[in-house]
Design a protein around this ligand. Structure first.
Ligand code: DON
Length: 574
């Protein structure tokens, strides 16, 4: 109760617009309001990065559907509402928990490298990377998994007909909606890449320029494709005219994806990675995401330090947490990849013993230089878009899902006639050992392209339980920053006992080993803290981390939803 009343107090405080420049001020995105981003409810709660999508989920709940019906409706609707972030030409991960399960199930519907893909596909004859080949156009796309994943989850756990859950997305695509500030910004940013492809121009341009804020975005071809999926299920995408259109475009542009790739696409149910933080059980996404492993590794590293004694903004909290992040990224570069192809030492990386070794190497009075941080050694081990949304209901069903086409508008290429934007997830592979991806993360041997392999991800849909009851579920977009934003939100809430709104809106920081910098979000730290960290050798930079955390907590019978105020979004509940 204490935390709920604090939330309400904070809510009142911010709605009274007492915008003192302190970390307690909510960093609201233009055009957004605290009222829409923060809700409490008793029956269900939904937090997404799109108003129309949250409403689509709400509608399913009102029709008597469950959390998975809402998941399916939102997945399709957000594909329409946030074409810069996700889409049916992409992929994602789902963590789902319902009472009676031993642990959440993890569904992997990540894109796959084409059968003809190989480790040199982004290099020229002399072995140099071909600029932007993994980012723009036909080679950037992996075989999409989103439609297969959403339909599989819905078939297993949904209550409402597929027809019903897809309808809101079809309506949204057909009738269109007003371009909001975040979409306008992304369009302006990717204008020249989109302009290369006539089918992309047809949708996102008007009178020779990209659509602007307030213009209407209508996606008729996408509506047609969605209607085909509505009638034919998964086959509406992977077979028939939509598949033919994909294969035709691949062939015309010399791409690698064939009908064989579409036929062989498979959703995989994986075991979620699990760990504990004090009394809580933390579950998150397993490889091919690095996210879950490193969220747990970071939490393990700082757990015995009881940073809650110091508070979120204290230099000790930031120093130890950032150092834990730095080590996590050194391990990520060496060990992480698709575990169907390479051995990932999950047990070791998420063990308390390894966390102890890391902790003992962090000096109390100075930052470690990147050269001092080396990946751990394990003896013979065992085997700026994206979107996240979270759903919880009072019966204890929890959905935490992150979905993506990778960069803004993925590869920028729309498959003619379908409205489908092809992802550029191939850039999440290491184009060669030591090469950096879009997010500056260093790639290693384990993450080189191979036929049918899934590229390494940082997406970290996470669910925390205590005594088999949901406590908090979170996730975020923003590349490598995802896992550090998720870890911090969990620490803010579980360790520092901050109310959820504050846990989400507080200043964030990120350290990813290479580059050697401690990146502080634009909502800055207190000056004294910054000075102290600099003095210790942390190389501070100031740049928005890009995370848009979508969180829901369950506190004594009340569902609390927070959609990160830094971006578009909406919490809706009852
Ligand atoms: O899977 C990953 O980690 C990336 N493809 C996610 C990309 C992303 O979050 C971009 N967001 N700003």
């Amino acid at each position: 109760m204490k935390r709920t009343s604090l939330m309400i107090f904070l809510f009142l405080l911010v709605s009274c617009a007492s915008y003192r420049p302190s970390y307690r001020t909510v960093p609201m995105a233009p055009g957004e309001s605290v009222e829409e981003h923060f809700k409490t409810g008793k029956k269900y709660m939904i937090t997404t990065q799109g108003r129309h999508s949250s409403r689509a989920g709400e509608k399913m709940m009102e029709l008597g559907g469950n959390a998975i019906d809402a998941f399916a409706a939102i997945s399709f609707a957000i594909s329409v509402e946030r074409p810069q972030s996700t889409g049916i030409g992409g992929g994602g991960f789902l963590l789902y928990w319902k009472p009676g399960m031993d642990e959440p199930i993890a569904l992997d519907f990540r894109e796959k490298a084409p059968l003809k893909g190989h480790k040199n596909m982004f290099l020229d004859k002399s072995g140099k990377e071909v600029p932007r080949k993994s980012l723009d156009g036909i080679f950037a796309g992996g075989t999409p998994g989103l439609v297969a994943g959403v339909i599989e989850a819905h078939a297993r756990y949904g209550k409402l007909p597929l027809h019903t859950v897809i309808q809101p997305a079809i309506d949204l695509a057909e009738k269109g909606f007003e371009v909001y500030p975040g979409l306008a910004k992304a369009l302006a940013y990717k204008k020249s890449a989109l302009a290369q492809f006539p089918a992309s121009k047809k949708i996102f341009f008007k009178d020779g320029d990209v659509l602007k804020e307030g213009d209407k975005l209508v996606q008729k071809d996408l509506a047609k494709t969605l209607r085909t999926i509505q009638n034919r299920g998964k086959n509406g995408f992977y077979k028939g005219w939509v598949a033919k259109a994909i294969v035709r475009e691949e062939k015309r542009r010399g791409g690698l994806i064939t009908q064989d790739d579409l036929d062989k696409y498979n959703v995989i149910q994986r075991r979620a990675v699990g760990g504990s933080y004090k009394d809580y059980n933390v579950f998150s996404m397993s490889p091919p995401s690095s996210g879950g492993i490193h969220v747990i590794q970071i939490l393990n590293t700082v757990e015995p330090l009881n940073l809650g004694h110091y508070g979120i903004q204290d230099w000790r909290t930031i120093h130890y947490t950032a150092s834990a992040m730095q080590q996590a990224f050194a391990d990520r570069a060496k060990y992480l990849g698709d575990m169907d192809f390479v051995k990932v030492p999950i047990r070791e990386l998420t063990s308390k013993a390894y966390a102890k070794k890391i902790r003992e190497k962090i000096p109390s009075d100075r930052a470690l230089k990147k050269e001092e941080v080396l990946p751990g050694k394990f003896a013979g081990y065992e085997s700026p878009e994206t979107t996240h949304f979270t759903i919880m209901d009072s019966e204890g069903h929890v959905v935490s899902t992150t979905q993506t086409i990778n960069g803004y508008f993925g590869s920028s290429l729309v498959i003619p006639g379908t409205g489908i934007l092809l992802n550029n997830e191939m850039d999440d592979f290491a184009t060669k050992v030591g090469a950096k991806n879009l997010f500056g993360a260093v790639g290693g041997e384990n993450n080189l392209v191979e036929a049918e392999k899934r590229p390494l991800s940082s997406m970290s849909p996470t669910i925390v339980l205590k005594n088999k009851r949901p406590v908090i579920a979170v996730g975020s977009p923003s590349g490598t920053r995802i896992l550090t934003c998720v870890a911090q939100t969990l620490l803010n809430y579980l360790e520092h006992k901050e109310p959820l709104l504050n846990s989400v809106s507080s200043v964030r920081y990120h350290q990813q080993w290479y580059p050697d910098e401690l990146r502080i979000g634009t909502f800055g730290l207190q000056r004294e803290t910054e000075l102290k960290l600099k003095e210790m050798g942390h190389k501070l930079t100031h740049k928005n981390l890009g995370c848009r955390v979508q969180a829901i907590a369950f506190e004594e019978g009340t569902l609390i939803g927070v959609s990160d105020p830094r971006g578009q979004g909406m919490a809706s509940g009852k």
